[in-house]
Write a protein that binds this ligand. Sequence first.
Ligand code: ADP
Length: 302
Amino acid sequence: MVVVGSYVVDLMSRTPHMPKPGETVLGGPFQMGPGGKGGNQAVAASRQGASVTMITKVGQDLFGEEAIKNFEQESIQTTYITKDEHEATGAALIAVDQHSENMIVVSLGACGNLTSEDVQQAREAFINADIILVQLETSIEAVEATINLANELGKPVVLNPAPFQDVRAEVLKKVTYITPNETEASLLTGITVHDEKTAKEAAINLFNAGIPNVIITLGKKGCYIYDGSDQGRLIEGFTVDAVDTTGAGDAFNGGFTTFIASGLSINEAAKRANAVAALSVTKVGTSPAMPTQKEVEHFLER
Ligand code: ADP
């Protein structure tokens, strides 16, 4: 699998209250860890047994070195991670208060500068991949280059349209699977998605726009699938004690893409991806909260 997308370092401080403009608050524990939708999805996939090549850009700084070390520890291929000459490694500045409310500023830094050349340089990795996974947390230029190269080589491509950015209709048509959450599905279609019925309407809308497989994630409810083979269906989520739902979508996408590439049916892939994502919300953090293949198997055997 090739994953094209973002890497940012998550810098998280606990705070007794959110600072007001101009205020400095003495916070509680500080935690640092790998993040960014692209990186998180790559880790989720690798932990489910996929052989993953990551394509992103970091800065020529310590956070960039740390990123590459982290990916290597996760058995992710880093050959095509480039270093930007000007921009720093991306960072998310996260403050979490006593009520688990958060305030986040994300600076994409180097990974926002991914170019179509960066993608094309990884042609060899695309040729060797069974599937391609891309999000919208990088330049649209890199996203379009990814989808075009995947099409040229006849590789299936999963687009997780997060965070939402406008993508041209003719580009969307070239995608094999699209995996918006409720907010992104609403922004893509103009239909407010909040339940199974509205998910179905939005999914049919995207299917009619030329995307053959639409999977709308619905938080703890699970996900809704429409692939034209029937009236569409809800694949129910799993009930767990959620402690931190950030990264749930990333867990779902990494898992789903792995399972589709391994030959599972779309229903079975979505069910297992629901399990990966449910397990990820039982732990704090994004990449570090991704479950292993064993943990998912154990969970499904309960
Ligand atoms: P995002 O994290 O992108 O906003 P969702 O909230 O739709 O995406 O969550 C993605 C997937 O994560 C869902 O389809 C579901 O499988 C799982 N999930 C999310 N929240 C929970 C939860 N509270 N309990 C169990 N599973 C969850």
